[in-house]
Design a protein around this ligand. Structure first.
Ligand SMILES: Cc1cc2nc3c(=O)[nH]c(=O)nc-3n(C[C@H](O)[C@H](O)[C@H](O)COP(=O)(O)OP(=O)(O)OC[C@H]3O[C@@H](n4cnc5c(N)ncnc54)[C@H](O)[C@@H]3O)c2cc1C
Length: 216
């Protein structure tokens, strides 16, 4: 099969695909695992009717415990954010030497660690203790402190692009190489901005291929 132009949106693997098709090595994707805990079902009135998001720290906008009431009525708290042992570390035990090597050999990883080690300690506490997460949420809604926790919720892995100099890239990174456009960083709220992002990609394709009526 042949294509006039290829657009890749490979999330956690976007850096590898871009590099393999001739793009710059910078930025690299560092996987951050984000886990949630759920409050146990209760006869008490729900502790929250909507969603509670903390005011983000501009340096680390993806951090901070959110409280979410799902359409099922379940209430989740999270996510955590801790460097994952693999790009697909949906379980904690998932570790891949290849991904660890990529992490360890990227200068940006060490610069991020040096800059944010205090934050890493807080996140490690959340990783090790579900009660610590619950207590963090209770700072917004004290009633949560008296509620029991249920099963651990699902976890996601955030693709965080990190520059060689240790900058956490917080904007979209889209780069073109001959024959392809790579979405190398689509951080939150990329899901919310997906239509605007799609428009940008279509515009780029049209720039490279010409308008649809000019093609067969
Ligand atoms: C815990 C968590 C909470 C979040 N909350 C929000 C939120 O509230 N609002 C919001 O807007 N965003 C949120 N985000 C961010 C949002 O999920 C991402 O910004 C968005 O998913 C990025 O879209 P994407 O298409 O670039 O990558 P992805 O959604 O990761 O999709 C990439 C796809 O490419 C596939 N792929 C990878 N490599 C290959 C290959 N070689 N061949 C074929 N397929 C491949 C993958 O399997 C995957 O399906 C959250 C993310 C996390 C982790």
């Amino acid at each position: 099969m042949t294509a006039g132009w290829v657009v890749t949106c490979a999330g956690l693997w976007s850096d590898e695909l871009a590099k393999r098709s001739g793009a710059d090595d910078n930025p690299r994707i560092i996987p951050f695992r984000g886990a949630y805990v759920h409050l146990a079902a209760s006869d008490q009135p729900p502790v929250v009717r909507g969603m509670v998001y903390p005011v983000p720290d501009p340096d680390l906008p993806f951090l901070g415990v959110h409280i979410t009431r799902h359409i099922s009525g379940e209430i989740s708290i999270g996510p955590t954010a801790f460097v994952a042992g693999a790009k697909d570390a949906y379980t904690l035990s998932r570790v891949k030497l290849r991904d660890l090597w990529s992490l360890a050999t990227w200068p940006g990883t060490w610069r991020v660690a040096k800059q944010f080690w205090r934050t890493a300690i807080t996140e490690l506490r959340f990783l090790l203790s579900r009660t610590a997460m619950k207590n963090a949420a209770a700072e917004f809604i004290p009633e949560i402190r008296h509620r029991a926790l249920a099963r651990a919720g699902a976890a996601g892995v955030r693709a965080q692009a990190v520059d060689r100099d240790g900058t956490l890239v917080d904007d979209f990174v889209i780069s073109d190489v001959p024959g392809a456009t790579h979405v190398r960083n689509a951080p939150s709220p990329a899901a919310t901005s997906s239509f605007a992002l799609a428009r940008e990609l279509v515009d780029r394709c049209e720039t490279h291929l010409g308008p649809p009526e000019a093609r067969e």
